[in-house]
Design a protein around this ligand. Sequence first.
Ligand code: ATP
Length: 400
Amino acid sequence: LLGIYGAELNFPVYVVGGFVRDLLLGKKNYDIDIVIEGDGLKYAKYVSKYLRTTFVEHKEFHTGSLFFKDGFRIDIATARVEYYEKPADLPKVEISTIKKDLYRRDFSINAMAIKLNPEEFGVLFDFFGCQNDLENGIIRILYNLSFIEDPTRILRAIRFERRFNFKIEERTLELMKEAINNNYIEKVTGMRLREELEKILSEKNVIDSIIEMGELSIFDHLFWHSKYKKEKVERFKKILKFKKWFENKCNIKNKKIKDFHIFLYSYLACENGEAAIYATERYGLPKKFINNLNRLNIIIEKFKTLPFKWKNSDFYNILGDIDDELKIVISGFLTSKEMEEKYIKYLKAISNLELKITGKDIIKKGISGKKVGEILEYIKIKKLDGEIQDEKEFLERLVI
Ligand code: ATP
């Protein structure tokens, strides 16, 4: 249908980018990017009318998105070339042909198009030996200034390399290293970097990507005032494993846990305060991020002073009412198997803890003021340690 509508308007219509790459790789991809040689917005409105979708227009970029009722989405753009007035800036856009449109893309594997108009339906447009690279598992940029114009491609190269188990081509890797060492990453806005980082963190083999980023010293450019160390990767690996367990067993509030936050807490823990301030400002993190990081550092220190026979209440006294994200990150800072086991036991106990009495029951006993909260807390701790079974009865005895 998309091709037929194009023919009706006399516009060549192409599906491009990741969809074509994944189609040739035999992988599923439901992100459809359409490029029109002509007026993409006119086409998008026309399609939207016939397919009864919601249409959202992004005028500045000559693009629009169609949203179907079942959540399916198609992005439509006008074939364009992009000019970068300054390196790492957002591009200025000019209308163009499919060949030039494909040339400005990140890597050859993402720079193919398939025509959809009925008379040439299914014809593959490969101007730059892209299919060859795809078959040989090669990540290659299309022009030498590619990483300088858009340094987010550095992160994208690693993501695709790891996702498909491909290899970054030699010259591409050289130019990538040059762009890193000449501080081009610093020129990109935090939001764009965050977006790419979040994508890396959502991939299956995230750990390999992180190791590679560390080896290429990318983190030193992303997070100032902190240093990449191999042990940070090991810690994050442990934390990710723990996160799976936690989400299954303890995330009773069902709050969304952000891998980006978890990674940053784990990466920036034990670093100086400047690193946290920098990351918060650069990546638009919530205000509580710095407080949480401080809290985490204090917790890590306090863990060193835990008594030999820890009880659940020892953990409780140190952790208090911390965020689920911090509860997960802490798993990376437990220094022995025994401590890990006890921590798991504590988390199970605290997430299943339900007191059968409330402040009102205590007030009924003639107690008031601060004492009510103190007694409630005392009973909670006793219950956590398994020292009381029936809190109502315990309250009776306590009052007497
Ligand atoms: P994924 O499978 O992760 O969604 P994708 O290739 O579809 O991968 P998107 O970020 O959705 O990735 O981008 C869609 C297409 O837009 C890419 O295939 C590529 O052709 C182009 N593209 C995206 N980001 C850039 C960039 N920074 N520079 C150049 N081209 C880009």
